[in-house]
Design a protein around this ligand. Structure first.
Ligand SMILES: [Zn+2]
Length: 231
C-alpha cells in the first residue's frame, strides 16, 4: 500500500484525558462522490472529519493525524465507554450505503487496519461500526459491509453459528451496545451480525429466536476475543 495522500482537515482537537486510540470505528460516507465527501470532511463549517477516507478504487487519503481526536463518531458509547472520538481512529469508506464495497477498497482497508492495530495494540474485538456505538442514529457501515471477511484475517470479530436462546438485551449489553431503543439496537445488531435478515422483504420487525441465538453466540465470541492473554 502506498503512503496515504494527505488532505489535512481542520476538524480535530487533542484527545481528552490522555486517552489513546483503543478502538477503530468504520463508516461509510453516505455520499455520491468522493470529492464531495472529502470537501465535507475538510469543511470547517461541517465540524466533521475522520482520520482516513478510502475511495472505491482503493485510493487512501489521510485527513487527521492518528494521534489527534478526529470528529467522526459523535454521541454514543461502546462497552460503557463514552467519548469514542478520544478513544478511536475513524475510517470512512466512500460509499453511498447502497452499492457493494468494491474489492480494491476493502483490500486497502485490510492493510490499513492491520497497520493501525499493530501501531496501537488494538484487538479484533475493538474494530466496530458506527452503528454499533450509535445504534439510535447511525446505519453505517451497513449490512453490505463484509465483517466476516475482516474477521477471517484477524481484523474483526465474527463468531459463526448460533448459541443458546438467552435474553437479547443481555447479549447485546455483553457485546457492547449502548442503551437505546430496543428496535434500534436490534436493527444495528442484525445489520452487522445477521445481514441476511436485512434484505428487502425479509425485515422482521420483532426479535425472534434466531436473533437471540445469534446474539448469544456473538456475545460469547466477544468474550473469547477479549480474553487477552497476560504476557
Ligand atoms: Zn459514520
Amino acid at each position: 500500500m502506498s503512503a496515504p495522500l494527505k488532505r489535512p482537515s481542520p476538524n480535530f482537537g487533542p484527545r481528552r484525558d490522555g486517552l489513546r486510540p483503543s478502538l477503530v470505528v468504520l463508516h461509510y460516507t453516505g455520499m455520491d462522490s468522493v470529492e464531495a465527501a472529502l470537501e465535507r470532511l475538510c469543511d470547517p463549517c461541517a465540524q466533521v472529519s475522520a482520520h482516513y477516507l478510502i475511495c472505491p478504487a482503493g485510493r487512501l487519503w489521510q485527513l487527521v493525524d492518528e494521534a489527534q481526536r478526529a470528529w467522526h463518531a459523535g454521541a454514543g458509547a461502546w462497552q460503557g465507554m463514552q467519548d469514542i472520538n478520544s478513544r478511536s481512529i475513524g475510517v470512512e469508506l466512500a460509499n453511498d450505503g447502497e452499492t457493494p464495497f468494491p474489492d480494491p477498497q476493502i483490500r486497502v482497508l485490510e492493510r490499513l487496519l492491520a497497520q493501525i492495530m499493530a501501531r496501537w495494540q488494538i484487538t479484533p474485538a475493538d474494530v466496530i461500526g458506527h452503528s454499533d456505538m450509535a445504534p439510535m442514529r447511525k446505519d453505517d457501515p451497513g449490512p453490505r459491509f463484509d465483517w466476516r471477511r475482516l474477521a477471517l484475517q484477524g481484523l474483526a470479530v465474527w463468531p459463526e453459528g448460533m448459541g443458546p436462546d438467552l435474553p437479547l438485551t443481555d447479549s447485546l449489553d455483553r457485546i457492547g451496545y449502548p442503551p437505546a431503543d430496543a428496535d434500534k439496537r436490534l436493527h444495528a445488531f442484525r445489520a452487522r451480525f445477521r445481514p441476511w435478515a436485512c434484505g428487502a422483504g425479509q425485515a422482521q420487525p420483532r426479535e425472534g429466536a434466531q436473533d437471540r441465538r445469534r446474539a448469544s453466540a456473538v456475545a460469547a465470541g466477544f468474550d473469547r476475543a477479549r480474553e487477552v492473554p497476560s504476557a
